[in-house]
Each structure stands twice: as C-alpha cells, then as structure tokens.
Design a protein around this ligand. Structure first.
Ligand SMILES: Cc1ncc(C[n+]2csc(CCOP(=O)(O)OP(=O)(O)O)c2C)c(N)n1
Ligand SMILES: [Mg+2]
Length: 666
C-alpha cells in the first residue's frame, strides 16, 4: 500500500464519532488486506479468477455501512467490501472462492457469483445488467410490504450501456421504487475507456432523462460516500423513490488479475494512487489524532490473523466429491405437489376463460401474488384475460408495465427473492426474446447456483393459424425445454389450462406457461368451477388404440383429433403431453412398446424441436419394439408467413394425415 503523509482528499468529519470513523477505516482495511493476500495466492495458482476492487473500497464500505443489515444489497464483481462489511465469515468466503462445500454455491459458481439470504446480499450473474432489474423487484416487494427498506444495487460504468440499465431505471422511476442505483465509474470496462463507452459528460446526468434525482460523489472519499448515502437512504425510507449516484473512482488493477493494465496510461495510475481511499483516510485520521500507529498495527494484526486462520481452515476442508444425483436434485427446488378437493359443479368455458378463471382463483388463494405485464390492468390485456382484475385485486397486485420484458422478468426474480410469487404476461410469446437473458440465465440457474428459488410463471400466448405473421405466431417452447432449471407447460384444453396454471403458480420453480392463441376462443370444455390443480409430468391419453402412438401437444392435439375423427378406422393411442418439462417419458415409452409405431406432431419447425428429442428417445428406448421408423411431423423451416394460403402451407397440420398413413403402411 502506498504511504501518504498528507491527505490528498479533503475530508470533513461532520458529526461522525471517532468510533464511527475508525469503523469506516477498519472496514476498508479488511477487504484491502484480503485482496493483497489473494494476489499472492493467485500467483501461486491457489485461487481462481480475481476481480480487484483495490482503490474502490470506499464505495462498497460506505454504501454497506449506510444501509441496515436487513436491507438488500446487490453487488458486482469488485465489491468485496460489501461482503466483508456485512461480516460474512472469511472462512465461508474463502471456501466459496476455492469451490468448497462451505462456500455459497457448492462449487457450482465462482468468485462473487452468489447470493445469501442470511446476509441479505444478492450476487451477480455474469451478464452484469440484470442485477439492476432484480433490485427493482426487491424494492417493489419492500414497497408492497410497506417495511420502509431501501435496496442498493451496483453497476460499473460499462454495465450502464446495457439495455437492462435503461429498463431498470425507467421502471424504478415509473413505479417510484425505493432503490439506490450506484454506478462505480472506474474509468474502464475491461479495456474500454469511458470515451468509448458513453458520450455524455457524467453518467449521473442520465438520471434527469429517467426522472430520477442523481448525484455525483467522490468515490474515494469514505466520509462523503457514507454520509451522503446514509442521508439519501433515510430520505428514501420516508419517501420511497429511486436515486442514481455516480461514484467517480478508478480501477487500479487489471480487469481481472491475469489481464494486466498495459492500455492504462501511467499518469492515470499515479494520479489515482495518490487518491487511495484508505491511505488518505488513514493520514487524515492520524492528523486528527483519532488513529495512531499502535491502533493501526493492532487492526492490521487482527485482520491478518483472521485471514490466516480462515485460509487455513478453508484449505483444510475436503474437496467436493461429485455426485450426479446431488447435482440433478438441486436444479429445481423440491416441490410436493398438492391436490385440492373440489365440487362436481362445472361450467362450459372457452380455453381463454379457463386461463382467466384459473389466474383469478390463484390471485384469491395467494394473497400477495403479483401479476405484471403490458396493458394488463385497465385494458385487461390484449386478449382480455385479466379483464376486471384491477377492480378485484387493486393496482399494487395487477401491474401495467412499460415495454421492458427484461426488467420485468428481473423484477419478478427480485419479488421471488423477497418471498413474493409473480406471474409475468408476455403480450405475445414472441416478445420473450426481449427478456430472454433473465429467463434462461437468472430464473433458470438461480436455484442450482445458490438455492434461491425463482417463483415466477411466465405466461406465453403463442402459436400460429391466426394470420399474424412472423412475429406474432411463433411457438418457441424448444428454446426453453433446452435449458435446465425451467419447467415448460403447454395445455391443449380448458380443463388442463386451468388446473395446470394453478400448479404452475404453486410450484416455486420458474414455469413457462404456453397458451395457444388459436385455441383461446375455439376450444370449449366443461371445467370445474372450483379451484383445482393438475400435476406436472403426467400426459393425457385422449384415445387408446393398438396400431400407432401419436404424440403431440398444444394445437397439434386438435389437429390429430380431427384427423382421427376423419379416419375412424385408425386405432391409435393419442398422447397429449400437457407438460414438456417435466416430460412423461414412461407413458410415451409404454405406449410405443405396445403399438410398435410412433408419430410425433409439433407445430414448431422441425430442426431442434421437441419431436426430434422424443424421436431420439424412442430410438434409444424402444428400438426393438418398433415396426416402422419413428416419424416426425413439423412445420416448414421458414419464418411463419402472414397470409392464409402461405400459413396453411407452412403448418404441420396439412402434412399430418399423409404422414400418419405412411407410418401405418410401412
Ligand atoms: C453481457 C456481458 N457482456 C460482456 C461481458 C464481459 N465483461 C465482464 S466485466 C466487463 C467489463 C465491465 O465493466 P464495468 O461495468 O465498467 O465494470 P468494472 O469491471 O469496470 O468494474 C465485461 C465487458 C459480460 N460479463 N456480460
Ligand atoms: Mg468500469
């Protein structure tokens, strides 16, 4: 550490007590000494990747000390000071970095990529920006619970270029969420200097554009960061609203240790070394006779001894012994399916009404369940599924959102972290692409990474046959069945839609719930009027026969039924999968072993779809029972065209009858 005899930072100690000032110093010293040790261990190859926060400690420490321990902080990769100030035992931190069992991720994720409910810290995913939207969700939960808590979230200046930043600030402003957005502007994002990252003077100036108060602080001045954040947090607790702070600081080491700093001019390094947040503060405290050599040496000795002891105990912990069962079991949160008794009374409902009724009854059952989506409140959603919900459940729980799929999925994750279930309505399943990252990387991986469930249902109005063209017709379930950690539900009937939606909401795991738009108003069925559930992973046998097994789901079910109605001589097992993840493998295999022939019908285009995987599974499991090759029937390998004659040509429906007859004739 450089020695600074006269402070280069102008401190004003205000009304802070000596004890508080010393605590600020101690809390900055700790991450610095840990990092200095880590750098040695890194060179010895004893620690994996390291992102240094040396020179930025005043921000992590100031913000963390300004918040109450019960308030969530969402740090980034350089915020060791957040973790140490929250007093996470060093043993656990070191175990985390070494991938040991006593860390926070059972060796499944590295460095600062973890969260802990015990310490109210939610660590990042690599993609940086999603943290900001997750903070919105936590802040929303605090607002709904009226607990007066503030949430702080960090981003580098590089991360502010991501769309997530824009979306999160906009949502926080529109909803007046009690969240402090902390930008650590440290001059570089990997090798990219600020001049190539953004084209405005200060990032804080962006606050105005979002309608958010913003401030610029000297990120190297611990008194300024601590007292200002404390004051702002107090004010937000009384009058909830978002605040943007740009902390000016500098990244004194490479992006990560191995990558070096060749591209950083030496003058900048020298200039910022002279502004070291710890050395300058130390010199100030010495000048005020608050700190002296003996106290300082005692601090250093105490911290070093804590580090050494914790390192020793972390190294002594045995390596993780891989177990496939443990790994697979932790992808999803365990959930014991619950069935409910319900009266025999039924009512004929259209597919769309069944979804609406199921959703409404879940809103009644789960008193804090929140639904979010574009135009879902006063307008009732573009399909009118949530018509009347606003009047029944109020604006807090039925939330119109700006057009920002990423931030809303992230906010749903934040609600789940705070123990609140949510349902997100994609206006059309096609638009999930704009929220794809948080679905497949945040929701899907969260339980596996740090045992945090993502209790979120994403409703997906999907499918073609409605002359809606390439961007309002897709059935994109295969994008999600590919991703471990997600459940995927795809009902074909009103009864299934209602019962499966209730289960999706009860299940604490992330569920993609596909609703075929062409079925909304065309399919009717008698459905129990009471609340009821249907278990996941159980296919429905709609017809039983001996000659062939037809496996399908969604609109495909109705195409197959129509074909069988027109060909009453065909004796087929017709399996409606109902849920794609989990998949009822047993039912499929059992049926194919019986019939010896299988045809799989999907609406999506062929390559990489569900049919391909099912076909491969049947080849592996039923080869010796097959009398004909397994047949896949799917739509054309083109985007989905608009006009009727082109869409009809595109759709798998038109090919199904011939393909079925071929399989039978083989
Ligand atoms: C979506 C995404 N793109 C790129 C990266 C690679 N990456 C990781 S950190 C980083 C730089 C981040 O810069 P900044 O936000 O300023 O934070 P700093 O590292 O300076 O603290 C980059 C490019 C990533 N992790 N995620
Ligand atoms: Mg940066």
């Amino acid at each position: 550490m450089p020695t600074i005899t006269k402070s280069n930072i102008a401190y004003d100690k205000r009304n802070l007590s000596d004890k508080e000032l010393l605590k600020l110093y101690y809390n900055m010293l700790k991450p610095r000494l840990i990092e200095e040790k880590m750098l040695i261990l890194l060179r010895q190859g004893k620690v994996s990747k390291w992102f240094s926060g040396i020179g930025q400690e005043a921000i992590s420490v100031g913000v963390t000390m300004a918040l109450k321990p019960s308030e969530y902080i969402l740090p980034m990769h350089r915020n060791l000071g957040v973790f140490t100030t929250r007093e996470i035992p060093l043993h656990r931190l070191f175990c985390q970095w070494q991938g040991k069992m006593s860390g926070f991720t059972k060796g499944r994720d590295r460095s600062f990529h973890f969260g802990t409910q015990e310490y109210n810290i939610v660590g990042m995913i690599s993609h940086l920006g999603p943290q900001l939207g997750v903070a919105d969700g936590i802040a929303l939960a605090n607002l709904l619970k009226k607990n007066g808590n503030v949430t702080a979230v960090f981003s580098g200046e590089g991360g502010t270029s991501e769309g997530d930043f824009h979306e999160a600030l906009n949502v926080a402003s529109v909803w007046q969420l009690p969240v402090i957005f902390c930008i650590e502007n440290n001059g570089y994002g990997l090798s990219t200097p600020t001049s190539e990252q953004y084209h405005c003077k200060h990032l804080a100036d962006r606050g105005k554009g979002y309608g958010i108060e913003s401030f610029i602080l000297d990120g190297n001045n611990i008194i300024e960061t601590y007292t200002k954040v404390q004051k702002l947090a107090d004010s937000i607790r009384k009058r909830p609203r978002p605040i943007l702070i740009e902390f000016k600081t500098f990244r004194r080491r490479g992006h990560e240790e191995a990558s070096g700093t060749k591209y950083v001019p030496q003058e900048l390094m020298d200039e910022w070394e002279a502004k070291d947040p710890i050395e300058n503060f130390k010199s100030f405290l010495f000048s005020k006779k608050i700190l002296n050599t003996s106290i300082d040496e005692a601090y250093v000795a105490e911290i070093k001894s804590e580090i050494d002891t914790a390192l020793e105990s972390a190294y002594a912990e045995s390596e993780i012994i891989p177990s496939k069962t443990t790994e697979l079991n932790d992808v999803y949160k365990a959930y014991d399916y619950e069935s409910f008794t319900y009266s025999k009374e039924t009512k004929e409902l259209r597919f769309i009404d069944a979804i609406s009724e199921g959703l409404k009854q879940s809103m009644q059952k789960h008193k804090d369940l929140v639904i979010m989506g574009q135009d879902i409140a006063e307008y009732g959603g573009v399909f009118k599924i949530t018509d009347g919900f606003l009047e029944a459940f109020g604006k807090d729980r039925v939330r119109n959102t700006p057009i920002c799929e990423s931030a809303i999925v992230e906010a749903a994750m934040g609600l789940s972290i705070s123990g609140i279930k949510s349902v997100v309505e994609m206006q059309f399943a096609d638009f999930v692409t704009s929220g794809f990252n948080p679905v497949v990387n945040y929701l899907a991986k969260s339980h596996y990474r740090w045992a945090q469930q993502a209790d979120v249902v994403v409703r997906m109005p999907c499918g073609g046959g409605v002359a809606a063209g390439p961007f309002h017709s897709q059935t994109n379930e295969a994008w999600f069945t590919k991703t471990p950690g997600l459940k995927v539900v795809y009902p074909a009937f009103p009864y299934d839609a209602k019962g499966l939606l209730a289960t999706a909401i009860n299940d604490p795991n992330p569920v993609l719930f596909f609703e075929h738009k062409a079925l909304y108003r065309s399919i009717r069925q008698d459905v129990p009027t009471d609340y009821f559930t249907i278990p996941f992973g159980e296919a429905a046998f709609l017809k039983e026969g001996n000659a062939v097994t037809i496996i399908t789901y969604g609109a495909g079910v109705h195409w197959a039924l129509e074909t069988l109605d027109n060909n009453t001589d065909i004796s087929a097992d017709l399996i409606d999968l109902r849920t794609l993840q989990p998949l009822d493998k047993e039912a499929i295999i059992k049926s194919v072993k019986k019939t010896g022939r299988a045809i799989i019908l999907q609406e999506d285009s062929l390559f990489g779809g569900i049919a391909s995987d099912l076909s491969a599974m049947l080849m592996e499991e039923c080869f010796e029972y097959l009398d004909a090759p397994v047949k896949r029937v799917a739509s054309m390998e083109t985007p989905i065209p608009f006009i009727g004659q082109l869409e009809d040509q595109y759709m798998a429906k038109g090919q199904f009858e011939d393909a079925l007859k071929q399989v039978l004739a083989y």
